[in-house]
Design a protein around this ligand. Structure first.
Ligand code: SF4
Length: 224
């Protein structure tokens, strides 16, 4: 019988190798930046021919700042374009040191009401919105994604508030994306509870209505 204590596991993988029935799996592996670059370079000719590059996502890529900076530098050296997808809930100086190495920032905005944001995510949105504003002021290319989550922000008021805010700070690239529950498997494998487990993706009609309202707000609002 395999007794697994997550808090003691060092992810050595010995139990995976020893299991006769392939019942255990070790997800992910430790890699150095140059090893990751070697993987990326396998597609370099594709990027050169058709465009594209690398997106660093997560989790939160800025939580591994030293590694992220190293791999971004290596990508720069190979002329491979870079996107970082972040929630921006990190000190701005962490982001700032990598500004010259990142071509596009993909940033989620979930809700403009800080109290509602905190209730749902565990943190308020002050740092996120302040970082976003500073990013725009720095001249970074920022694309906003708004995950539409049923019962949380799937209403016209929420999406038009966000449209108003991003337009005011000078962002024009934004899209609404429907919530999906694909993260549930990862949460389960990590032994974490997944609070959004009962949620279903928003209906097409709701997405269409919100997209129209959002696009109208983005078009009509006049930046300061
Ligand atoms: S991965 Fe290594 S440390 Fe973790 S449970 Fe298996 S044998 Fe133990």
């Amino acid at each position: 019988m395999h007794i697994f204590k997550r808090e003691l596991c060092s992810a050595c993988g010995d139990c995976v190798k020893a299991c006769f029935f392939d019942a255990l799996k070790l997800a992910g592996k430790l890699m150095k930046a140059d090893e990751v670059l070697a993987e990326i370079l396998r597609d370099k000719s594709f990027y050169q021919k058709h465009g594209g590059g690398v997106t660093f996502s997560g989790g939160e890529p800025f939580y591994q700042a030293a590694f992220l900076k190293e791999i971004l530098k290596l990508c720069r050296g190979e002329n491979i374009s870079t996107i970082v997808e972040s929630a921006l809930h990190v000190p701005y100086d962490v982001i700032e040191q990598m500004l010259p190495l990142i071509d596009i920032f993909l940033v989620d905005i979930k809700h403009l009401d800080s109290g509602v944001h905190k209730k749902a995510t565990g943190v308020d949105n002050k740092l996120i919105l302040s970082n976003l504003q500073r990013l725009v002021e720095s001249g970074a290319d920022v694309h906003i994604r708004i995950p539409i989550i049923p019962g949380f922000n799937d209403n016209i008021g929420c999406v038009t508030d966000i449209a108003s805010f991003i337009k005011e700070i000078g962002i024009s690239k934004a899209e609404l994306i429907p919530f999906h529950g694909m993260a549930i498997g990862k949460y389960q494998s990590l032994g974490l509870s997944y609070d959004a487990g009962g949620l279903k993706p928003p209906e097409d009609a709701v997405m269409n209505m919100l997209k129209v309202a959002f696009e109208n707000a983005m078009t009509q609002l006049i930046p300061k």
